[in-house]
Design a protein around this ligand. Sequence first.
Ligand code: NAI
Length: 248
Amino acid sequence: MKLLDGKTALITGAARGIGEAIALKLAGEGANVAFTDLAMDDQFRATEAALQALGVKAKGYASNAALFADTQKVVEQVVADFGRVDILVNNAGITRDSLLMRMTEEQWDMVITVNLKSVFNFTKAVQPVMLRQRVGSIINLSSVVGVSGNAGQANYSASKAGIIGFTKSVAKELGSRNIRSNAIAPGFIETEMTAVLSDDVRKSWNEKIPLRRGGTPEEVANVVLFLGSDLSSYVTGQVLHVCGGMNT
Ligand code: NAI
């Protein structure tokens, strides 16, 4: 018996990075996995194949999580294909870093729409499904900088702080229906998103982290597994930091 046998997970932005690690971890524990990403490219197909190789039902959907109508359609398709959604992981996210002095309106709007509105879009579309089931776990990828702020990331920090407010409100609204809502605040995790940072920036991050290293996508996925499974059945409205101690 695996931790997630019989459950279906829906993960946004899971062709690569942390989302891919989450998809593989949940599938490895027996969950059927639906995932989305912007384009059905080689990486998307490779992730889909890797999930199917784990012996669960798995399917990827091309979708822009920032678009409300698009999201409604994708969730309808997922429910038609899988019959249910027990775990929703709002993972899709981007950075458009710049000091406020130089930040354009476009950089602001893009990050808020992709990172924050997408969480509203998917949670809103999945809510009726979870209400009918009378069970569900919603897990939102925030960030340590949503709690602490970060110079050069006013747009990103605001989007990630917004996710925390949303997560806590949904926990209060839906708790009586056995639907849980939690956020994860990763610190410095080694993915394509952070690969663009210079060695100097990387070194200075590592010096600030008590565990003295960046985290792996799998270390974030392990916490998603906890929050998605019944091991966390009395945990809701929380922000779990997965940051090597950097923000405590
Ligand atoms: P990544 O850039 O490696 O992967 C993000 C995925 O989301 C990509 O596959 C991308 O195509 C997809 N995506 C982007 N916009 C999308 C949209 N509009 N609709 C659907 N899919 C979209 O990023 P990474 O590092 O895996 O990050 C995943 C999440 O974790 C993000 O929300 C990020 O903000 C958060 N996070 C990452 C940290 C890190 O250090 N890497 C730290 C804290 C939070």
